[in-house]
Structures are given as C-alpha cells and as structure tokens.
Design a protein around this ligand. Sequence first.
Ligand SMILES: [Fe+2]
Ligand SMILES: [Fe+2]
Length: 191
Amino acid sequence: MKTVEEYKKIIRPFLGDKRYEHSVCVCKSAGALAKKYGADVHKAEIAGILHDIMKDVPPEEQLKMMTRYDIVLSDVERSAQKLWHAMLGAAYLENELQITDRDILNAVRYHTTARENMTLLEKVLFIADFISDDRDYPGVEKMRRAAQISLEEAMVEGITFNILDLAGCYRPIHPDTISAYNQIILKYKQN
Ligand SMILES: [Fe+2]
Ligand SMILES: [Fe+2]
C-alpha cells in the first residue's frame, strides 16, 4: 500500500477540482473519526482519499468499465447512477491499484448504500463522507453532532437521511440500505 500523498497524486487526474477537494476533506474526517473510535487511522485515510475515485468518470464509461470487471447490476443499481462509482471504485482499486485490503475495498464499496453488519472502518468512511469540512447541506450540523456522540448515532442519522432523501423523490432504495436501517434501528432506537 502506498502513502496518502502518493494516492493523492494518483486520484488527481480522475477528479474535478471540487471532487478532489472533497476527497482530501474526507481523508481528513475519516482519519479523525478513526482516531476517535479506535479504527486504523492509516486505512481510514486511504479509504477516504480513494473513495470517490470513479465519481467523475462519465456514466457510459463507468458502465463499460463495470462490464470489464464483471460487475452485474440489479435493477435498483442500474437505476441509481450514484451507486455506480462505489461499486466500480472498489473494483478499480482492487484490479488497477493493487489494493488487497478487504476492509478498505468494502468501505469504498458500501460508502453510499451502507449495509448490514458494517465493520468499524466501513462506518468510519460512511460517516466521514457526510461530515467532511467541504459539506454544507441542510442537516450537516446535526450529523456532525451525532458523529461526536457515537458511531451508531451517526449511522442512524446518515442512513435515515439517505432513505428520506430518496423516498422524497420517489427513488428506489437499495436493499442493503434497508437492511442497514432495520438492523441499526432495531438495535439502537427500539425500547
Ligand atoms: Fe461517493
Ligand atoms: Fe464522497
């Protein structure tokens, strides 16, 4: 595995200025969360800097690349273009950048949908993406407060935010998101 500085150079040509800045910010927020909650700081920073590597690749090109890596999309996945860069990103890191660490690959793979039984590192990246310094959507302060309380609190807020956002526009919700939601709500929000 290379250093964060080396990965910064690798991702730069793939990303527009804004997305590059975002990636640097997520690298930082992931490192801080990892430190706070006892995850591997180096892995968290690497996952953070690399997580959106495929996001600015044009959609048609993303589809082509996914066939190359034998990624088969479900109907929900095909309809939700925002999910592609996470699935493709993980495959690209594994096949082209020789990242072999499963936890880093899965953190990138599930950073948009979340899923049941997420590891510490997966949760760290999922939340880091919501609260990075460049973020200014309505609700970001609530998310930042939740991330100070606990990872679980932040996961509840993050997953609920995504579901409300999608359902509000009548968009399909990925089964992994539903499973993640049910698991965490049953565990932390029921009496
Ligand atoms: Fe992303
Ligand atoms: Fe992101």
